[in-house]
Design a protein around this ligand. Structure first.
Ligand code: ADP
Length: 255
């Protein structure tokens, strides 16, 4: 029995195929069309797991592009899917901090993975993956290279509250000869601080799961860990938690 979850996000489209135990996943850029990206994810998932589409009994869509997937049985919000995904991976999780491409959210869940509270920041790119992408670009790096670049360097404070101004600030810092590693460290601290500020607006409960594409950064995870006195759980594939939650919900509907 197979279920698929597809999370079409603003930056990346993620897919998970789930048989009640094993998980296969695919991550590709969303590009201009969430519909095309989700179709491609579905195709790649079936090839990767060597399963025919007829053998998949449930497909659940989530993410901002969930309304653009004609082939899904159901569309569910990413808040619910993140909650179920994080709870499936770690039953001790009670608070989730998810930092994606263009929004960040905090969710509180109970022992069954049901949502008890949530807050979302989707008004401002600062503190999101987009901010990290813009800053990495100014430094001539890919987001995946920032952890290595940072290398425990002292953070150079980034004071601008807005992505556009922060980009100018980083360009000025580079022009002044501030080493890239200090700037990268400052950028990581800035994202982590915004994540913590969002967390502090709800009741932070142990354990705290850190999910979303930005949680792929160990450095940002460590800074958040230092700032809050809670146990941080970082899933091995933090970016696919929403897609996993969708697949788990679909699978449970089949039981
Ligand atoms: P969305 O669902 O909005 O598409 P995701 O949760 O997929 O967002 O996250 C996408 C973001 O993840 C990108 O904007 C990028 O900045 C960030 N990201 C991807 N890989 C890494 C990495 N290795 N380190 C830090 N951030 C990363």
């Amino acid at each position: 029995m197979y279920s698929i979850g597809i999370d079409a996000g603003s930056v990346a489209t993620k897919g998970v195929i789930f048989d009640g135990e094993k998980i296969e996943h695919v991550i590709i850029p969303t590009g201009w069309s969430p519909k095309t990206a989700s179709e491609e994810v579905l195709k790649q998932l079936l090839v990767k797991s060597n399963i025919k589409k007829e053998d998949v009994e449930r497909i659940i869509g989530t993410g901002y592009g969930r309304i653009s997937m004609p082939f899904v049985d159901k569309a569910i919000t990413e808040i619910t899917c993140h909650a179920k995904g994080a709870h499936y991976l770690n039953k001790k999780v009670r608070t989730i901090l998810d930092i994606g491409g263009q929004d960040s959210k905090v969710i509180n869940i109970d022992e069954n993975g049901n949502i008890t509270d949530f807050l979302m920041n989707d008004k401002c790119a600062a503190g999101t993956g987009r901010f990290l992408q813009v800053m990495a670009n100014v430094l001539g790096k890919d987001v995946s290279e920032l952890d290595d670049l940072t290398n425990n360097a002292r953070p150079e404070a980034i004071t601008s509250m807005c992505t556009v101004f922060a980009e100018s600030e980083v360009i000025s810092l580079l022009a002044k000869g501030i080493p890239k590693e200090n700037i990268a460290s400052g950028i990581m601290h800035s994202i982590a601080s915004r994540g913590v500020s969002l967390l502090e607006r709800i009741n932070i409960l142990d354990d705290v799961a850190f999910t979303g594409g930005v949680a792929r950064s160990d450095v940002i995870g460590r800074i958040i860990n230092d700032k809050i006195s809670k146990t941080i759980y970082k899933p091995p594939n933090s970016q696919i938690v929403g897609a996993l939650g969708a697949a788990v919900i679909g699978y449970r509907e089949l039981l």
